[in-house]
Design a binder for this molecule. Structure first.
Ligand code: G1P
Length: 291
């Protein structure tokens, strides 16, 4: 089975980024020259996926507009002969087929995935969370699709974090596999475990490949951590029925939903930007010399 669809939940309120996110969705905050959501969409496109399902809520129409055609803007740019800008604007609208599903109540990540069940249907799909930006040679999503092509089972992307940060993540416990040093067979998952409740430091970052059986588990689970329907709890239920893998992806991950993480992402992307990297590198050196 091939993965054709990616779900990107964008319904969250972005409270970690107030006041910036009072009137602007957090996914529209700019890293260098594009909103963070565009990096996620570009990762999906680069991985060969055909359709994106956005899970939205009230106040998120700027995201849909960003990936839609803007007739007025395009006509204006065409009339003024601004062809380079026109191409850039058109490129965004042409990236991929995007549909939206509304999450009517903020009941948690698990619920956000569950509301896509009719649109996803009975096939495996990818999930990418907008806060997690990954810089890598092969897109993180593509790395996971390559593994899925072999195993045909659900996969969560993981990262080793310092033990004192495990309570901020979903944590995976499992057995390493002799043939593949980056792959762990999952035994247990916990959403934001209290300190001291697990020895594992394998943290889930926002990339998943899920088999459609996850919807059945999501329909059954009760609210978990924070009173929310947690995807992690549905994954745990699924491990009792099918094998699940954790995959230590290759690349650097930035938490763009956190103020410091966002700044680090800007630096990382600016240092890779073809037009800016040289001047920005010199500037960073100057700043560092003055510290
Ligand atoms: C979500 C998941 C969590 C995961 C994290 C990665 O939590 O529930 O398991 O570790 O994303 O970013 P959130 O950050 O939305 O609270």
């Amino acid at each position: 089975m091939r993965i054709r669809k990616a779900v990107i939940p964008v319904a969250g309120l972005g409270t970690r980024f107030l006041p910036a996110t009072k009137a602007i969705p957090k996914e529209m905050l700019t890293v260098v020259d594009r909103p963070t959501i565009q990096y996620i969409v570009e990762e999906v496109v680069a991985s060969g996926i055909e359709q994106i399902i956005l899970v939205t809520s009230e106040g998120k129409s700027a995201i849909e507009n960003h990936f839609d055609f803007n007739y007025q803007l395009e006509t204006h740019l065409a009339q003024k002969g601004k062809t380079v800008l026109l191409e850039q604007v058109r490129h965004i609208s042409n990236l991929i087929d995007i549909v939206s599903v509304r999450q009517k109540k903020p009941l948690g990540l698990g619920h956000a995935i569950w509301v896509t069940r009719e649109v996803v249907g009975n096939e495996p799909f990818a999930v990418l969370l907008g806060d997690d930006l990954v810089v890598s040679e092969t897109p993180c999503c593509q790395q996971m699709l390559n593994l899925f092509a072999d195993v045909q089972e659900s996969i969560v992307a993981v990262l080793r974090v310092p033990q004192d940060q495990t309570h901020q993540y979903g944590i995976v416990e499992g057995q390493s596999t002799p043939d593949h040093k980056r792959v762990v067979v999952v035994d247990r998952l916990m959403e934001k475990p209290s300190p001291g409740t697990t020895d594992s430091n394998l943290a889930i970052i926002g990339r998943y490949i899920l088999r459609p059986e996850i919807f059945e588990e999501l329909s059954r689970i009760k609210p978990g951590h924070g009173g929310e329907i947690q995807l992690t709890d549905a994954l745990l239920a699924l491990t009792r029925k099918r094998t699940m893998y954790a995959y230590e992806f290759e690349g650097d991950r930035y938490d763009a939903g956190d103020k410091l993480g966002f700044l680090k992402a800007i630096v990382a992307f600016a240092l890779r930007h073809p037009d800016l990297k040289d001047a920005f590198r010199s500037h960073i050196k100057e700043v560092a010399a003055g510290l």
